[in-house]
Design a protein around this ligand. Structure first.
Ligand SMILES: Nc1ncnc2c1ncn2[C@@H]1O[C@H](COP(=O)(O)OP(=O)(O)OP(=O)(O)O)[C@@H](O)[C@H]1O
Ligand SMILES: [Mg+2]
Length: 396
């Protein structure tokens, strides 16, 4: 047949009609349009075919002997495997009641005889498109379900890993605490006896021996400092901290007082914004300021007067961003992460001494308070350390 459009998505259609003539008309009309068409002449046959190999759509005659179309449709809709197949009724009647009943038993549309080709095709295509879209949505839903399940699994794995990590962190801290605690007493023995050796056997030891002894003593002192720092670090993570409103200005006053000697010796100028009432642990917030301001003074250019600025900015939800800015020697960008790790110090001349634990302590303290800490710096120009801390609702 010429000029007949065939559809790209040709469906599989089952026609049920006891009039062979009707069957034949519909069959040739639909096959010409590219559909795959199966034919049955009674209800029971239609049910068997639909159940064993469900078609995309069923065209169902209403008036048939033995089992009429309504009953066939009712049975189709009551079976899980056939319930979703759209049923279009074929009717010669133009009766309101019949149509109503057709819809009641689950029919989706109807076509009246004699068949009008374009209308018939339009109605079939309409249902097939809906059917196709439904299938696509169901498939997408299924995929989403699978993805969701996978996400839930990943999440559960993450929670597990996190718990494990927390546990091993705690174990490590416990280990660091015990190790440094236990190392202390033999170290005290070494320090004590080398000093006795130096004093009591002063005459008996020659200059070379005294020089060696001095190096042992300096090494032992340094080790003592490192162990003390490690002990301090392993205690910081303690979960049972007391959190309360803390006056930032009061803390800063105390910190600057305890750094008075360094400030005077370096002639540092300190400019400070007014600090808010923070919410946290007083001792730890004090340590945080002490370490950062201590560094800002320590890592200075020796020919330049240190200028240190402490700035405050309020962020949303009463969170504060505090900055400690200096005009010191600066840090190269590739070391920005490393300096927050335990015992990580950058290459310096002898004049900048330290244990390399101060910033690791700062990191832990800020973590304990649910904040963030980071550094911005330019070599030889200066450094800004920033951290966020929770505040109380009233400004200090
Ligand atoms: N304000 C700063 N300017 C330049 N470099 C800095 C500054 N603060 C820290 N650093 C660099 O980061 C390193 C780590 O600092 P951190 O405070 O952890 O250790 P430290 O000062 O060496 O020892 P301590 O444990 O006594 O504080 C320092 O050794 C230094 O190289
Ligand atoms: Mg330091």
């Amino acid at each position: 047949m010429n000029n007949v459009p065939t559809f790209a998505y040709a469906g599989d259609i089952l026609i049920v009609d006891d009039h062979l003539e009707n069957l034949q008309i519909l069959f040739s009309m639909l096959t010409d349009y590219g559909y795959e068409v199966r034919r049955t002449i009674n209800g029971q046959q239609a049910l068997n075919v639909a159940m064993s190999e469900p078609p995309d759509i069923i065209l169902l005659d209403i008036l048939m002997p033995e089992m009429d179309g309504y009953e066939v449709c009712r049975q189709l809709k009551s079976q899980k495997s056939t319930a979703s197949i759209p049923v279009i009724f074929l009717t010669a009647l133009d009766d309101e009641l019949d149509k109503l009943r057709a819809f009641e038993v689950g029919g989706i549309d109807y076509i009246t005889k004699p068949f009008h080709i374009k209308e018939t095709i339009a109605r079939i295509e309409n249902q097939l498109t809906i059917q196709k879209q439904r299938r696509a949505i169901a498939q997408q839903n299924q995929q989403l379900k699978v993805q969701n399940l996978r996400l839930e699994e990943l999440n559960a794995e993450l929670v597990k890993l996190n718990t494990k990590l927390e546990q091993s962190n705690q174990d490590l801290e416990q280990f660091a605490y015990i190790a440094s605690h236990d190392l202390r007493s033999p170290l005290q023995t070494i320090l004590g006896f080398t000093q006795i050796l130096k004093q009591k056997y002063h005459e008996a030891i020659d200059d070379k021996g005294k020089h060696y002894l001095d190096r042992v003593i300096t090494g032992a002192y340094r080790m003592n400092k490192l162990i003390t720092a490690l002990l301090e670090y392993s205690r910081i993570g303690n979960k049972n901290l007391e959190f309360k409103p803390v006056d930032g200005n009061g803390i800063l006053d105390q910190v600057l007082e305890s750094l008075q000697a360094e400030i005077e010796q370096s002639s540092a100028v300190i400019l400070r914004d007014r600090l808010p009432i923070l919410h946290g642990n007083e001792v730890q917030i004090g340590q945080l300021f002490q370490n950062l301001i201590g560094n800002a003074i320590k890592y200075r250019h020796h020919h330049v007067k240190p200028q240190i600025k402490i700035t405050v900015e309020q962020r949303i939800n009463f969170e504060y961003l505090i900055g400690i800015h200096d005009n010191g020697i600066g840090i190269c960008a590739e070391d920005f992460q490393r300096i927050f790790q335990v015992f990580q110090r950058l290459e310096h001349s002898e004049e900048y001494s330290g244990t390399g634990i101060g910033l690791a302590v700062c990191q832990k303290i800020v973590d304990n308070h649910g904040g963030r800490i980071w550094v911005e710096s330019e070599e030889n120009q200066g450094t800004s350390f920033y951290f966020t801390l929770p505040g109380e609702k009233t400004m200090g």
